[in-house]
Ligand binder design. Structure first.
Ligand code: F6R
Length: 366
């Protein structure tokens, strides 16, 4: 039931403060000092001693995996490889018994992801699932796993499943960091605290919906678009681009911001909207210069910034503010405005938002 909303996608976008809360409910202690993931207790020794973590997924879940890579390396100091399930399974990959393979899937039925875990399991790896649909095929093939508890996702374009996947990966990265000694106790507690603040901050972002809708109106007739981000926000750029292309059929590409000058900058002119993830973090100065590079070529910049940012406001055509947050949780906040922009552009173009052409909610054929 869509309730008061015109589409499931919009309903699911709005559910994110509560769906993310559902993902960490019962898994973070009341005093916000501990993380507890019951589903992976049995494999914790394997995970903490893993020489390498391989994450396999497809589509949006693959973007969540990319965020996971960044977080696992930053906080748990474990090397991570992120693989498209379809490529991994056919590549004769090198898999060792001390590798842990994490499979991420909303539906738990994606054929390539399922086949990838069966293969890695045969070769002795420990398999951990991060899935939304309880009792689906992937959780049945794994040694252990964490359900995302985002609730049923009906819109074909994934929104709340993505943020719940990222929430699970964030909890895992912090917990592993603590267990492996790469995160000291003070920081660990601060990071947990930051994660618990995310639902309220998303509610705050959702209050700018009308403002974001007006931005959508401005760019609804574009035929191309670019999405740029750095570090942990690079996968968010990829996800923003995927959301736009899959429901509005506007060509969109996501890039690490620094790669722009190695090719895509040639595309920039006054007709090119460029969405830039530019919240205050360690690459802030660099992203400001990337924005200047786009403006010097008359591109239109829509920047997602930290509340109160004055510098980018002067450079960009539009800024969308998100509340100040720790860098580790910035993907969860910055993806929200991109989902909203895509949703409204698709609606304004008369597209079938919940059932985009050629797409299925669960891809059970390879
Ligand atoms: C994009 C989207 C798809 C899925 C992909 C994987 O919005 O929904 O890209 O993310 O087909 O599906 P799951 O996560 O069910 O394995």
């Amino acid at each position: 039931d869509k309730g008061e909303y015109e589409h499931f996608m919009l309903k699911e976008i709005h559910e994110q403060p509560s769906s993310i809360g559902d993902t960490f409910r019962g898994r973070i202690s009341i005093d916000k000092t501990k993380i507890f993931l019951g589903g992976i207790i049995d494999v914790m020794p394997k995970l903490t001693q893993a020489k390498r973590i391989i994450i396999v997924a497809c589509g949006t879940s693959w973007h969540a995996a990319m965020v996971g890579e960044y977080l696992f390396e930053e906080y748990a100091r474990i090397p991570v490889e992120v693989e498209y399930a379809s490529e991994f399974r056919y590549r004769n990959p090198v898999i060792n018994a001390d590798d842990v393979l994490i499979a991420i899937s909303q539906s738990g039925e994606t054929a390539d992801t399922l086949a990838a875990i069966k293969m890695a399991k045969k070769q002795g790896a420990t398999i951990v699932g991060i899935c939304n649909v309880v009792g689906s095929s992937i959780p049945r093939e794994t040694h252990a796993g964490v359900y995302t508890h985002a609730g049923p996702e009906i819109g074909v374009a994934s929104t709340k499943a993505f943020t719940s996947q990222v929430t699970v990966l964030t909890m895992m990265a912090f917990m592993l960091g603590r267990k492996r000694g790469s995160l000291y106790d003070e920081l660990y507690k601060q990071l947990i605290q930051e994660l618990t603040l995310v639902p309220e901050k998303i509610k705050h972002i959702l209050r700018s919906e009308q403002y974001i809708k007006d931005i959508a109106e401005t760019y609804k007739d574009a035929s191309n678009s670019l999405y740029l981000g750095r570090g942990v926000l690079f996968p968010v750029a990829l996800e923003g681009a995927l959301k736009l292309k899959e429901i509005s059929y506007i060509h969109a590409e996501g890039y690490p911001a620094a790669e722009m000058k190695h090719g895509p900058i040639a595309l920039i002119d006054e007709n090119m909207p460029v969405f830039v993830l530019a919240t205050k973090d360690k690459s802030y100065e660099k992203i400001v210069s990337n924005i200047q590079e786009v403006k010097a070529r008359n591109g239109k910049v829509i920047a997602v910034v930290t509340e109160g940012d004055q510098t980018i406001k002067k450079l960009a055509d539009h800024v969308i503010e998100v509340p100040d947050c720790h860098e580790s949780v910035a993907p969860l906040l910055t993806v929200i405005p991109l989902q909203i922009v895509s949703y409204y552009i698709a609606v304004m173009r008369g597209c079938n938002v919940d059932q985009p052409r050629n797409l299925a909610k669960s891809v059970t054929v390879e």
